[in-house]
Design a protein around this ligand. Structure first.
Ligand SMILES: Cc1ncc(C[n+]2csc(CCOP(=O)(O)OP(=O)(O)O)c2C)c(N)n1
Length: 496
C-alpha cells in the first residue's frame, strides 16, 4: 500500500512476527490473570501488525487500515499512544521500549509482561542497561526477538561482526532460547518454556526477512515498503485478486501545490550534502584522507546519502549499527586531534539521543561534521518519534569559545556551498536537511540564488527579496514556501 500511494518509510517485515503474536494472544486469553495483555514491540516500524490487532479487537474500523501511513489518516508509521484507537503504547525509536517495559513490570507485580523485539533494536545501548536492570530485579519480562539478520542497510552478520543476540543476553544473565521462527511447533515450545521460567527470559527467533516473498525474502528490501510489483506477484500467487485490484487502484500522492513562485526545480538537499562531502574528500590525497577523516553511519547511510562516500572511499567509511551514541562518540574520538575529523550522520530526530555525547565532544575539542537528515516534519509518513524537532539541542554548550555551528541550508545549491565552506573548519558542525526535495531558490532576476558564483558566508543572513512593508524571516526548507508567499503578496501590492 505505501509503495503504491507513494507514502515512504520503513515498514520492516511488518507481519513477520505474526506467529509469535498469535501465540501470545492465545496465552493472554488462556490465563488472563497471569499476563498484562499488551503486545509491546520495541521495533515500532512493525506497526502494521498492531493496527491489524486493533481492527480485530474492534477498536478500529477495518476499512481504516487502507489509510496506513497516509497523512492525517491516524495510522502513522509507528504506534503512538492516543493517536490510534486501540494502540496502548508509543514506540518507534529503537531501543527505547525495554527499559519502559521493566518499569511497567514493576508497576504490575505478579503479571508477566511480554516485549517483541528485533536484532536492530537490540543494538542500542539502552537495551543493555534494561537487561541488567531486569536481571538484577528478577522482573518477569519475556522478550521475543525477531533475529532476521537484516536491518536497513544490510546484514548485521556482514557489517557488525561479533554481534550475537544470544551471547549478549546470556552475558547479562537472561535465560535464552534460540528457535527457527518458521518451525511453528518449535516456536510454541520455546515460547511456552520461556513464559513458564522465572524472571527475565528471551526467545531469539531466527527467520529470514519477509519469509515466502519471492525476490524479497532474506534481503533488506523487505525492511522498506515493498515494490508494488513484488506485492502484486505475491498476492496473485495466493489468488487474492481483490487485494491486487485494490492495490492497482491506489493513486500516488503529490504536493497539492505544484507551483511555488520565485522558485526553480526541486533538488535533494540531503543528496547535495553527500555529493559535497565527496567533492571535499576528492581534494585530499589518499593518504591524507585515510589519516584525517573517518565517516561513520548508524544504519541509515543510504537515507543520509553518506553511502556516496562509502561507494567512492570505502577505506574511510565505517558501516555501523543502530547505535547513535556510540557512533557519535567514535566520530568525536577520531576527530580529537588537529586536522582530524569524524563525520557522523543519522536522522535529525535522533539528535536528541546524542546531547550528552555532543557536550563531551565539545569539552574534548573534537572536530565532528554531522549530517542530520529528515529534519522537521516535511514529507514524513512517520509520526512524532521521527520528527526532527529539536535541532537546537545540538547547540547545548556554554559560550566557551569552542566552535559549535548549526546550518540549515535553504536549497540543494546552498547545501553544497555550505558543506564546502565548513568542511575543513574545526569544531562541531551540524548540517540539517529534509527528507523531501525543496525547490531551488531563485533570485529576483530569475537565476538560482545560490548557484554558480555564490559563496556561503558563515553567520551572514541572505536577503532573498527586498521590500518596504515588513519582514519574513525563514530558514531551511521554509525558505521556498516563504518566498512563494512573499511573491504572492507582492502581486497583491504588499511589498514585504
Ligand atoms: C533510535 C533509532 N535509530 C534509528 C532508527 C531508524 N530505523 C528504523 S528501523 C531500523 C533498522 C531496524 O532493524 P530491525 O529492528 O532488525 O528491523 P527489521 O529490519 O528486521 O524489520 C532503523 C535503523 C530508529 N527507528 N530508531
Amino acid at each position: 500500500m505505501p509503495s503504491a500511494s507513494g507514502y515512504g518509510g520503513h515498514t520492516g517485515g511488518a507481519f513477520d512476527t505474526v506467529p509469535e503474536v498469535c501465540m501470545l494472544d492465545a496465552f493472554f486469553r488462556a490465563c488472563p490473570d497471569k499476563f498484562l495483555p499488551t503486545f509491546f514491540d520495541e521495533a515500532g516500524h512493525r506497526v502494521a501488525t498492531q493496527y491489524l490487532r486493533c481492527a480485530l479487537d474492534g477498536d478500529l474500523d477495518i476499512r481504516s487500515l487502507r489509510d496506513y501511513r497516509k497523512g492525517h489518516g491516524g495510522l502513522p508509521g509507528h504506534p503512538e499512544l492516543g493517536m490510534t484507537p486501540g494502540i496502548k503504547f508509543s514506540s518507534g525509536r529503537l531501543g527505547h521500549l525495554w527499559g519502559t517495559v521493566n518499569g511497567i513490570a514493576m508497576a504490575n507485580p505478579g503479571k508477566i509482561i511480554s516485549c517483541l523485539g528485533s536484532d536492530g533494536s537490540q543494538m542500542e545501548g539502552n537495551d543493555a542497561e534494561a537487561a541488567r536492570l531486569a536481571v538484577a530485579q528478577g522482573l518477569p519480562v519475556k522478550l521475543f526477538l525477531d533475529d532476521n539478520d537484516v536491518t536497513i542497510t544490510g546484514h548485521p552478520s556482514d557489517y557488525l561482526k561479533g554481534y550475537n543476540l544470544e551471547k549478549t543476553l546470556e552475558g547479562h544473565g537472561l535465560i535464552v532460547r534460540v528457535v527457527n521462527g518458521e518451525d511453528i511447533d518449535a516456536l510454541y515450545v520455546a515460547m511456552r518454556e520461556t513464559i513458564m521460567a522465572e524472571g527475565p527470559t528471551a526467545v531469539v527467533i531466527k527467520r529470514k526477512m519477509s519469509p515466502g516473498v519471492e525476490g524479497i525474502e532474506g534481503t533488506s528490501a523487505g525492511h522498506d515498503v515493498f515494490p508494488l510489483k513484488k506485492a502484486i506477484d505475491y498476492l496473485s500467487a495466493k489468488g487474492l485478486t481483490g487485494a491486487v485490484a485494490f492495490l492497482e487502484g491506489v493513486k500516488k500522492t503529490a504536493d497539492p501545490q505544484s507551483d511555488y513562485k520565485g522558485c526553480g526545480p526541486r533538488k535533494s538537499n540531503r543528496g547535495a550534502v553527500g555529493d559535497a562531502i565527496v567533492k571535499c574528500l576528492d581534494t585530499m590525497s589518499a593518504d591524507e584522507r585515510k589519516a584525517k577523516v573517518m565517516v561513520i553511519d548508524s544504519d541509515l547511510g543510504g537515507s543520509t546519502t553518506m553511502t556516496k562516500v562509502q561507494k567512492k572511499y570505502p577505506e574511510i567509511y565505517v558501516q555501523s549499527g543502530v547505535m547513535e551514541r556510540g557512533n557519535f562518540a567514535a566520530a568525536a574520538g577520531f576527530g580529537m586531534g588537529e586536522g582530524k575529523q569524524g563525520i557522523f550522520s543519522t536522522f535529525a530526530a535522533f539528535l536528541e539521543m546524542c546531547c550528552s555525547e555532543i557536550t563531551m565532544a565539545r569539552l574534548n575539542r573534537s572536530n565532528v561534521l554531522c549530517h542530520f537528515s529528515h529534519s522537521g516534519v516535511d514529507d514524513m509518513a512517520d509520526n512524532t518519534c521521527h520528527y526532527g524537532l529539536n535541532n537546537m539541542f545540538a547547540d547545548n554548550g556554554l559560550d566557551d569559545g569552542y566552535p559549535t555551528n548549526l546550518y540549515f541550508p535553504a536549497d540543494a545549491d546552498q547545501c553544497e556551498a555550505c558543506v564546502q565552506s565548513c568542511f575543513f573548519e574545526p569544531g562541531l558542525r551540524f548540517v540539517f536537511s529534509v527528507r523531501s526535495k525543496p525547490c531551488t531558490i531563485l533570485a529576483a532576476d530569475g537565476k538560482p540564488m545560490y548557484g554558480e558564483g555564490y559563496k556561503f558566508e558563515h553567520g551572514k543572513d541572505c536577503l532573498v527579496r527586498d521590500g518596504t512593508a515588513g519582514f519574513v524571516v525563514a530558514v531551511g526548507d521554509c525558505v521556498y514556501r516563504a518566498l512563494d508567499a512573499v511573491e504572492k503578496l507582492k502581486e497583491e501590492g504588499i511589498d514585504v
